[in-house]
Design a protein around this ligand. Structure first.
Ligand SMILES: [Fe+2]
Length: 429
């Protein structure tokens, strides 16, 4: 497949996914209501995807005039925080559909003539890759919105495939990553974001890292051991959060008939002990790690364990190599796979499930790499640099493979639990 064919195929696949999560899943009233102040009404995400595509692929890349300049402000994520989006005069679901379809048809027409070289924006199809990834990133956000919905019928196919068996005997097991330098970030992945660039050498002391993410069973042991009641395990800000929020379990869990159950897309089911824990915030992950005598990995440690091939002395784009799919990504399952799944997806160090299943909290703040340069706009990453956000790595079951690789960086506030996030632990040697 040549690059233009691949771009067209990926654009179409992303759109099928977006429509499946919005227009095909819900009726108009549910598309326009806001289920949580943390999220937009789904109809906002849908038209925003089209507006972003128009801005970058029709105006910036193809030099076309704005189609509807009066709506740009409505769909600018920086003009209107999520909490105020339902009050805006948004396009209706039918108008949104018509708008995104018109944009898409023009994009596919202009793609035939588009140069994919000669400028940084179009070189290697970067701007198309950016728009495809953006759409998939919003699709993951839409899934988080669906998960937050408190009432109404159960939605979405709960199990499109049978989960693999996993290997719970690996839970809590560690591997040693030897001291020494590795290459962090990338300078040659054509569709990587500015915050993943450029490739630079980082020299790390030796460390141990868990083979699997922390399971629900292990997290439950922390809860039953009084983990939520003992300030010794908590970061001071985390203890503050714990006291103010009165949380004592991951989001969407509750106690029912002597057991823990969870709500997943409108269905209630027993908490599966073998799955990686998800919907915990950074403070909870940090407290668990201290309770078990470990700590969260730094983002550099995570990336070395995920991408470095010490025998070959080179970096892998994916833990298992440079291509193929050995992970629970892109809604392969509508939940994390049991810990120890996908042995063929292990990294060179034998670490499993680094991509997919759950985003993994790291101990690191979100910052630019040495020599960071904004590209192509500062609101993608640079405005979030600093100490407010913690980095998450590896993607979840809801992350599309197009927007996931060992260098990919995500970030969120340490109190956030609506994202599909869990963690694994590490420790010094
Ligand atoms: Fe966006």
């Amino acid at each position: 497949m040549d690059l233009k064919e691949r771009i067209a195929t990926e654009l179409i696949a992303a759109r099928r996914r977006s429509v499946g999560l919005t227009l095909d899943a819900l009726d108009e009233p549910d598309l326009v209501t806001q289920v949580s102040p943390l999220m937009s009404p789904l109809v906002w995400d849908l038209a925003h995807i089209g507006n972003y595509e128009e801005l970058w692929l029709l105006r910036a890349a193809a030099g076309q005039e704005a189609m509807r300049p009066e709506i740009d402000d409505l769909y600018d994520a920086f003009e209107h925080p999520r909490a105020e989006r339902p009050k805006l005069p948004l396009l209706t679901p039918a108008e949104s559909r018509a708008y995104i379809d018109t944009v898409r048809n023009k994009v596919l027409d202009s793609l035939e003539k588009a140069p994919l070289s000669g400028g940084r924006l179009t070189e290697g199809g970067f701007v198309y890759g950016m728009v495809i990834q953006h759409e998939h990133q919003h699709d993951e956000t839409m899934l988080a919105t669906h998960q937050l919905r408190k009432d109404g019928p159960a939605l979405l196919d709960p199990s499109p495939a049978e989960p693999p068996a996993g290997d719970v005997a690996l839970a809590g097991r560690e591997v040693l990553v030897e001291a020494g330098p590795f290459v962090m970030g990338t300078s040659d992945d054509p569709w990587a974001y500015d915050n993943e660039r450029g490739a630079h050498t980082v020299d790390l002391p030796a460390f141990f890292i868990d083979v699997t993410p922390v399971s629900n069973a292990a997290y439950l042991a922390f809860m039953e051991n009084g983990g939520y009641d003992d300030p010794r395990w908590w970061h001071p800000d985390g203890w503050d959060w714990r006291m103010r929020s009165e949380k004592r379990a991951p989001a969407f869990w509750r106690r029912e008939g002597g057991q823990w159950v969870r709500r997943r897309f409108g269905r209630t089911e027993p908490v599966p002990p073998e799955e990686p824990v998800q919907h915990v915030c950074w403070y909870e992950a940090d407290a668990y790690a201290r309770w078990v005598g470990k700590r969260l990995p730094t983002e550099a440690e995570w990336e070395k364990a995920a991408s470095w091939d010490p025998a070959a002395g080179r970096k892998r784009r994916l833990p298992w190599g440079d291509d193929g799919e050995h992970a629970n990504l892109g809604q392969r399952l509508m939940r994390p796979a049991p810990v120890g799944s996908y042995p063929e997806g292990a990294s060179a160090y034998g670490v499993r499930q680094l991509l997919g299943d759950v985003w993994e909290w790291t101990s690191s703040d979100f910052r630019g790499y040495p020599g960071f340069r904004v590209f192509p706009y500062k609101e993608y990453s640079e405005v979030f640099f600093g100490t407010d956000y913690k980095v998450l790595r590896g993607g979840s079951w809801a992350t599309h493979p197009m927007a996931c690789r060992t260098t990919f960086r995500n970030w969120d506030y340490p109190i956030r639990r609506q994202i599909f996030a869990g963690f694994r632990c590490a420790r010094d040697v």
